[in-house]
Design a protein around this ligand. Structure first.
Ligand code: PMP
Length: 426
């Protein structure tokens, strides 16, 4: 029992009164009834401990209930909640200055929202208003939000509703070097580190050229010449940890800018040090976006989102009135400030660089039931991971940044065991 409520009663209430999607969203056959979190750990109502390597769908960046973040939130809770608009208070200023300090020039103008969808909605509007163009291009398999506008950016059948949401949104082939038509996980020029050779021509990546060719074709066939924006996640999250050939984004940005568009990096899953080597995912591609959107890990689980852009785009956007009642409220800004304060030392965590040595047998997706079987067994052995990808084929491992080498080793032991027992059962 938890707070006087049995597991059965919780399930019954879910069935009777809750958005049916959240029933599906539990994913597990036997759901985890989570009661408490601390750093990389979650405990269920019976006191069983889980190593959380999905960090609440990548929202918990520095650890569940991180003591410094919790202490800052508790103090602010007693002082002021309120709204962003009308009055002046320190928290939002402290945060905007701190976040801007983490961004390269000229990305310094900060807009605060309550979610990733809101941030991307705002970025779409900014791009259209600034450029005077309407068309936006995204990559297939991308997830950029579920609001009617961002649903147009998202390129994933499961999240599409048959409503008017796609005005001006086209998508182009995702330069997936693992499952895509070209490249293969062994593509030499891909940021995916392997030692095998893909047979690319010397010194250049054929896969990248093919995918850039596809983008050129989309630009020639699906949009009216000039465009407003190109949106891309530096690594696709919901799409299943999809990585692109090394200079793909750089060349794509050039093509987009030639046509009057701005380039937007969706860092909702990749930002705040989540890629290990860089603070922002776009830095791994050696590109400088015009607009960056962020959410999830920004507040370590507290609802928040942000858009950061250049003074030039901000000046265009200031010609119309825009505000967000709760975006950047004192609670959110205080929590997000504390997250930035604890984040930097944890970047040195060596466990972030571990590479599991699991034999790749085939690139064909496993049937969903088989994936779910492994997923369930990993959970039963005490580790929570995620799943995703266009065919539900990817295990998504997105730990909070406080995990240790021992945690990584424990996960690998569990995962190897579950994969091997699955193979034995076949
Ligand atoms: N962009 C990306 C890359 C995401 O993964 C998500 C959420 N999965 C969003 C945007 C939307 O964020 P939210 O659910 O906070 O609206």
């Amino acid at each position: 029992e938890y707070k006087g409520m049995s597991k059965e009663r919780m399930l019954q209430i879910r069935r009777q009164y809750c958005n049916p999607m959240i029933m599906k969203g539990t994913s597990y056959k036997n759901p985890v009834f989570v009661n408490q979190g601390y750093m990389q750990w979650l405990w269920d109502v019976d006191g069983k401990r889980y190593l959380d390597l999905f960090a609440g769908v990548a929202t918990v960046s520095v650890g569940h209930c991180h003591p410094k973040v919790t202490a800052a939130a508790q103090e602010q809770l007693k002082r002021l909640w309120h709204t962003t608009i009308i009055y002046v208070y320190p928290a939002i200023h402290e945060y905007c200055e701190k976040l801007a300090a983490h961004m390269p020039d000229p990305l310094k103008m900060v807009y605060l929202t309550n979610s990733g969808s809101e941030a991307n909605d705002l970025a779409m509007l900014m791009a259209r208003f600034h450029t005077g163009n309407h068309d936006i291009i995204t990559l297939r398999g991308s997830y950029h939000g579920g609001s009617p506008q961002t649903m147009g950016l998202t390129s994933y059948a499961s999240y599409k509703f048959p409503v008017a949401s796609n005005s001006g949104c086209s998508n182009t082939m995702c330069p997936d070097v693992f499952r895509g038509l070209w490249g293969g996980s062994h593509c030499r020029d891909s940021p995916v580190q392997t030692t095998r050779d893909c047979g690319c021509g010397q010194g250049h990546c054929m896969a990248k050229e093919q995918y850039i060719g596809q983008l050129k074709e989309t630009l020639a066939t699906s949009v009216p010449g000039r465009i407003a924006a190109f949106f891309a996640e530096p690594i696709q999250g919901v799409g299943g940890a999809v990585q692109y050939p090394k200079t793909y984004l750089k060349e794509a940005y050039e093509l987009v800018r030639e046509r009057g568009g701005v380039c937007i990096a969706d860092e909702v899953q990749t930002g705040f040090g989540r890629t290990g080597s860089h603070f922002w995912g776009f830095q791994g591609h050696d590109v400088l976006p015009d607009i960056v959107t962020m959410a999830k890990g920004i507040g370590n689980g507290f609802p928040m989102g942000a858009v950061v852009t250049t003074p030039e785009v901000a000046a265009s956007f200031a010609k119309c009135l825009h505000f967000n009642t709760f975006g950047g409220n004192p609670m959110a800004c205080t929590v997000a400030s504390a997250v930035l304060d604890v984040r930097i030392p944890s970047l040195n965590n060596t466990a972030m660089n571990f590479k599991p040595n699991i034999l790749q047998v085939s690139r064909d997706p496993l049937p969903t039931e088989d994936m779910l079987e492994i997923f369930e067994e990993v959970k039963d052995m005490g580790v929570l991971i995620g799943k995703g990808g266009l065919y539900g084929q990817t295990f998504r491992i997105k730990p909070p940044m406080c995990i240790t080498k021992e945690d990584a080793d424990f996960f690998l032991a569990v995962f190897n065991k579950c994969i091997h027992s699955y193979m034995e059962r076949r």
